[in-house]
Design a protein around this ligand. Structure first.
Ligand SMILES: NC(=O)c1ccc[n+]([C@@H]2O[C@H](COP(=O)([O-])OP(=O)(O)OC[C@H]3O[C@@H](n4cnc5c(N)ncnc54)[C@H](O)[C@@H]3O)[C@@H](O)[C@H]2O)c1
Ligand SMILES: [Zn+2]
Length: 354
């Protein structure tokens, strides 16, 4: 087992990474002390696979365990689901000393996290992320939220979990699409700050999912360590954390232009990373050959490397660079080379060759 400590002002949040860790959920949660009851919040894809394991492990550890099983998918990350959870928490008499446990992908983590942040003005939160994206990204860093019809993640909080348990073995049941989605974020860490991780991915990628799964403990640990480092420097996302947005400015614009019905998030980020790297390399901001390496790795991982057919004007408008804000600059994350990045202030001209 690997433990990464996220060091924040006044507290430390441990992230444990280990094969079959999910079976020991109960003893880890019990070791937090004081709790009598645990509400496990999960979705209807994850529940048939892992809920029994988690509930029996909690019960064996002497805790009273309840569950709330919600429909899977982004459409569950709403205020009405949150209200439903409050009624469940009330029904089970969850008190200030009890615990909310998020079991699932980023949707469950964000939703259950916001419930924990607000129920009785805050009860302890345990994250047991089961998607690759949730293990390497959303469960680490303390952002919790729900969506509104007006936009994603508009209602939320910074609320750090007391414990995160990442079990890479559960990733074996992810669908190919969600597997690829998470890999987009994994490659991102390699690009912005972790050349060793990038090398490892290049070595394993030709062996396909089996080869990657064989080293998933190391891969997840590296990503968690990278994110923990960035989050520790900038818990509230006011500066250093911005480098995690590599590929995301263009990626988010793709998702917006396609009405969230086209490329998935990780795939949009992959295409976005290539777009930015191509432009920054052309402009002499990035070491020559970087984009070629990035494209080769993403292709081997079956991630997109070209932008979907969206007019350039629509894309830049979605990045907040329309005519009204013509002279505005965007703070873009560009690579110096694989494993190192910086913030570059770009105007619309930057995107001229797209
Ligand atoms: N809080 C943050 O810092 C942060 C960061 C990035 C993304 N997010 C949020 O995370 C969400 C996306 O996360 P996601 O991609 O994990 O989505 P998700 O929670 O919808 O999970 C993806 C899919 O995989 C299924 N699944 C999860 N684990 C599984 C497993 N082990 N086996 C089989 N199926 C499994 C889920 O049921 C779902 O259908 C978005 O809402 C996004 O806004 C939050
Ligand atoms: Zn992302």
């Amino acid at each position: 087992m690997t433990t990464v400590e996220i060091r924040l002002p006044g507290r430390i949040c441990p992230v444990h990474i280990g094969e079959n860790l999910i079976r020991q959920t109960g003893s880890f949660v019990a070791s937090l002390g004081r709790a009598r009851k645990v509400l496990v919040v999960t979705d209807d894809n994850v529940a048939p696979l892992y809920l029994d394991t988690v509930l029996s492990s909690l019960t064996e550890a002497g805790l009273e365990a309840f569950s709330a099983v919600l429909p899977h998918g982004e459409s569950t990350k709403t205020l009405s689901s949150l209200e439903g959870l409050y009624h469940t928490l009330a029904g089970h008499g969850i008190t200030r000393s009890d615990i909310v446990l998020a079991l699932g992908g980023g949707v469950m983590g964000d939703l259950a996290g916001l419930a924990a942040a607000t129920w009785l003005r805050g009860v302890r939160l345990v994250q047991v992320p089961t998607s690759l994206l949730a293990q390497v990204d959303s469960s680490v860093g303390g952002k919790v939220a729900v969506d509104l019809p007006e936009g994603k993640n508009l209602v939320g909080a910074f609320y750090q979990p007391d414990l995160v348990l990442c079990d890479p073995s559960v990733l074996s049941t992810l669908t190919p699409a969600f597997w690829a989605d998470g890999l987009g974020e994994v490659v991102k860490y390699g690009c912005i700050m972790d050349p060793d991780l990038f090398d490892l991915l290049e070595k394993l990628a030709p062996g396909g999912r089996d080869a990657l799964m064989g080293s998933m403990h190391d891969i997840v640990s590296a990503c968690v360590r990278d994110k923990a480092k960035v989050v520790s420097e900038d818990e509230r996302d006011t500066g250093a954390r911005m480098i995690l947005n590599f590929g995301h400015t263009v990626g988010h614009a793709i998702e917006t232009c396609q009405g969230y019905a086209g490329l998935s998030h990780g795939c949009a980020v992959a295409a976005g990373m290539v777009a930015i790297s191509t432009l920054s390399e052309k402009q002499g901001l990035t070491e020559q050959g970087t984009t070629e390496r990035l494209v080769r790795l993403l292709e081997t991982l079956h991630l997109p490397v070209t932008l979907p057919p969206i007019p350039l004007h629509d894309l830049t408008a979605a990045m907040g660079m329309d005519k009204k804000t013509f002279n505005s600059t965007l703070h873009l994350v560009v690579l110096d080379r694989i494993g190192s990045c910086r913030i570059h202030k770009a105007s619309t001209d930057f995107f001229a060759g797209l």
